[in-house]
Design a protein around this ligand. Structure first.
Ligand SMILES: C[S@@+](CC[C@H](N)C(=O)[O-])C[C@H]1O[C@@H](n2cnc3c(N)ncnc32)[C@H](O)[C@@H]1O
Length: 204
């Protein structure tokens, strides 16, 4: 099996990141609206597993977002992000090994957490080391138990993916520091049960 970040480095080199961006755009737009609309105070933001950095660049345009950071383990994705946006803040690192200089208000992640062998470790790491008290995390995944068509992806892509149900993901958030945990689907259509979204808040 290949390492997922190496696969995505190849995707950045051959332009497949742009198709991925388009495929994720509808779900991400809904997720970003949910977490950023109705905010009245300035906030800081991390996109965990940012790919080519397109979500960071979107968030930078939000009038209240004073700091947007992208982090990804794929060398070529981060090189591409920095080429497109030389003033942007992007780090190339394994998510489990990276800690921001200052904790942030919001963490977003699209189609990333299931590449980890133990996603609960990453959820705990984000809660302990990356988010401010009262901060919020929102995660979207298309690979989950109830989306049966996704089950072939680990073989199709020849990489590890951790398969969990909606209930499992919610439990992981709840048992790793998050409160007010909600789950729902976005971008649902006739052929697709939707992106599974889980969001939660840290205690103040
Ligand atoms: C399906 S892509 C999604 C990229 C981006 N969120 C988007 O929507 O375009 C998954 C990304 O997660 C990154 N990734 C996977 N496991 C990682 C890890 N342990 N640490 C850092 N990045 C990781 C990959 O390099 C890849 O860019």
């Amino acid at each position: 099996m290949k390492i997922s970040t190496e696969i995505f480095s190849e995707w950045a080199l051959n332009g497949k990141d742009e198709g991925m961006e388009e495929n994720h755009r509808a779900a991400v737009s809904e997720m970003l609206s949910i977490i950023s609309n109705n905010r009245s105070k300035p906030f800081s933001f991390i996109d965990a597993g940012c790919g080519n950095g397109w979500v960071v660049r979107l968030m930078k345009k939000h009038s209240l977002c004073h700091l947007a950071i992208g982090i990804d383990g794929a060398v070529e994705m981060i090189k591409k992000a920095k080429t497109i946006d030389p003033d942007g803040i992007y780090f190339c690192s394994d998510l489990l090994k990276w800690i921001p200089e200052q904790k942030v208000d919001l963490i977003h992640s699209m189609e990333v957490f299931y590449y980890l062998k133990h996603p609960s470790e990453l959820i705990r790491h984000m809660a302990l080391n990356c988010l401010k008290p009262g901060g919020e995390m929102i995660m979207g995944v298309d690979f989950y138990l109830e989306n049966k068509k996704s089950h072939s992806w680990p073989v199709d892509l020849n990489t590890h993916m951790s398969l969990f149900s909606e209930h499992d993901w919610v439990t992981m958030f709840k048992t790793n520091g998050f409160n007010q945990v909600q789950s729902f689907r976005v971008n649902v259509n006739n052929e697709f049960p939707g992106t599974l979204v889980v969001r939660g808040k840290l205690k103040n």
